[in-house]
Write a protein that binds this ligand. Structure first.
Ligand SMILES: [Zn+2]
Length: 397
């Protein structure tokens, strides 16, 4: 690595972090945590189930098969740093023993977040308890996930993590769409008063991000209707999405929207063009750069000052793509609208995600310095903005 990269990464590693998007698990989940639990609750689990203790051949194949993958690369680096051993088939069980022993201290997982990751605040979104601060309000500021309002056209239908819209409502009997939307708005104001710092929508895992059609009578047909058509359910969701945008603006809460990966059918960020255009007072924080459709996010960042980009997950999806993303996103916007979150469930994975961002951000900024875009001092300034100041300002932390 070049000298400028080294200076930038050293600077980043000595500054605190505002982590703008996470799914960190509650304390109780870390009791008796072992390596299998940590890997099973990491992105590496999307590649393959981790080997069990004692399976040396399984560990060898697991490591050889996945070394090239970004999820794997960075959680392994995290485990190696935390437990002081190189990840090899021979060391797999030794790392497991050290990790298991460390988690005997019930607060160890928080120590990693505070001391190793340098997280000062974490905007956390936890299902099925979507506004929980995990009992640690000093560290966690909840983001309220609103996916339940899309499934709430039926009182008995939870969102995929088991959370019911009606559990947040004052009224238990709702007969009209306008009554329903009133309850949604009241629930969001209440969550804001309870300490939530953002709204979150991950509906891209369930439906397209095209909310353009506005048809109240079709939407009304879905309410309390067990045999509503997909078209009617989508029309209902379109109205819900508009209500969420309005409620975000009215309550001064940034609206975090998962873009890109998910069901992959029409989940590219440009699908949000119309609702961004119509809701200029809503602060849209688009997550993941819309990977792999980065150019959609570049266009939205360029044209709309009410669009922010959270780089969470991008360095984990593809480290090399993330470097290019950071450069282009900075070039089309400014130093104030990029943020970063770990987007992980456990502390080991959070540290891996942080390593991946420190590396890609340093690579991106050092290339911009070498290209003559700015001096190294300004690269430090941008790094501080992305890793700290922008999140602190956007979420009022
Ligand atoms: Zn997430």
């Amino acid at each position: 690595m070049n000298n400028i990269y080294n200076k930038i990464i050293e600077h980043i590693k000595n500054t605190p972090v505002i982590n703008t998007h996470s799914h960190h698990l509650p304390d109780s989940e870390f009791v008796n945590a072992d390596l299998h639990f940590i890997l099973s609750n990491s992105y590496a689990n999307w590649l393959a189930a981790p080997p069990k203790r004692g399976d040396r051949a399984g560990a060898a194949e697991y490591i050889n098969k996945h070394r090239c993958n970004s999820y794997f690369r960075w959680i392994i680096k995290s485990l190696e740093e935390l437990y002081g051993l190189e990840m090899t088939a021979d060391n797999y069980d030794l790392i497991d023993e050290k990790l298991t022993a460390s988690h005997k201290d019930a607060l160890y997982h928080l120590e990693i977040l505070k001391n190793r990751c340098r997280f000062e605040k974490i905007v956390n979104e936890r299902q099925p308890d979507p506004s929980s601060n995990l009992g640690h309000p000093d560290l966690f500021s909840p983001s309220f996930r609103c996916d339940c309002y899309f499934s709430g056209y039926l009182k008995t239908k939870p969102e995929p993590n088991g959370f019911f819209a009606y559990s947040t409502f004052e009224k238990n009997d709702i007969h009209t769409l306008s009554e329903y939307l009133d309850e949604v708005k009241k629930a969001i104001s209440k969550k804001k008063n309870d300490g939530c710092k953002a709204l979150k929508c991950a509906i891209a895992y369930e439906r397209p991000l095209d909310f353009d059609e506005y048809n109240l009578s079709k939407a009304e047909k879905a309410l309390n209707n067990e045999s509503a058509s997909e078209d009617e359910i989508n029309a209902f969701g379109n109205i819900v999405m508009r209500t969420l945008c309005e409620a975000a603006a009215e309550n001064g809460l940034p609206f975090q929207i998962h873009t890109g990966m998910g069901q992959l059918k029409d989940t590219n960020p440009i699908k949000l063009l119309k609702i961004i255009e119509e809701n200029q007072n809503t602060k849209f924080q688009l997550l993941h750069g819309g990977f792999p459709w980065f150019s959609d996010t570049y266009a939205l960042l360029h044209n709309y000052k009410n669009v922010w980009s959270d780089t969470c997950w991008i360095p984990y999806l593809s480290t090399s793509a993330a470097k290019d993303y950071i450069k282009s996103a900075l070039e089309v916007s400014d130093a104030f609208r990029l943020t970063w979150g770990c987007d992980t469930w456990t502390s080991e994975d959070a540290l891996g995600a942080l390593f991946s961002m420190e590396h890609t951000l340093s690579l991106a900024l050092s290339e911009m310095v070498i290209d003559g875009a700015f001096e190294t001092e300004y690269a430090f300034y941008i790094a501080d903005r992305i890793m700290y100041e922008n999140g602190k300002q956007l979420f009022d932390l």
